[in-house]
Design a protein around this ligand. Sequence first.
Ligand code: ADP
Ligand code: MG
Length: 226
Amino acid sequence: MAETEGKPAKKIKHEDKEEEEEIQTFEELGLDARSVRALLKKGITKPTLIQQVAIPLILEGKDVVARAKTGSGKTFAYLLPLLQKLFATDSGSKSKLAPSAFILVPSRELCQQVYSEVLSLIELCRVQLKKTALSGPPDVLVSTPACIQSCLSGGLIQTKSISDSLDILVLDEADLLLSYGYEDDLKALTRYVPRRCQCLLISDVDKLKKLILHNPVILTLPEVGD
Ligand code: ADP
Ligand code: MG
């Protein structure tokens, strides 16, 4: 299931088969040859529904709230456009500080998973990103909000470097981030997030459902079925 608040023309409509079939490849969603090659090496050739909807909107620079069930491919839905934006800036103007993206997740386990995907995609794309040490703003930081908060209070990350260089903020499993008690850490961090920063909220309907609902009645609109 996918819900977006982008332009209606960008929605995948199940009743409109022609429009659904028009978007079939990652190239058509706007991904560049490097990303497409990296996906091919992973044996991935066809975007999932959430990827079809989210990738063009994220490339356009929109803030996006993406809700879809577990296993629907949400990680690549945000990671591919995010990395493409960083690759593009690599060869571009050096007039501003290096761009950076923060990906916040609710657990160390998910942190490891997303970090491995980032490394693997970068390697497959054969792109040299700037650095991994925290001597300045990193290109991509995958963390729990609490860990970023302790880096901030310990001076490992400067708040000024966040306000100067943060271009993309992703909250993966956003609902869980809040339900795990990270609200205060998130509020503290968002004070430094600049207005121009693109923000993506990714949420997992299944996990939240299991966490708080008991034998729920599930209502699904016919046109946004899975
Ligand atoms: P979610 O975050 O929605 O639960 P993931 O992003 O973890 O799902 O993806 C679940 C699995 O699907 C992963 O193993 C991933 O490599 C795979 N996957 C992602 N996109 C595609 C695709 N377009 N085609 C085939 N497999 C995919
Ligand atoms: Mg996920």
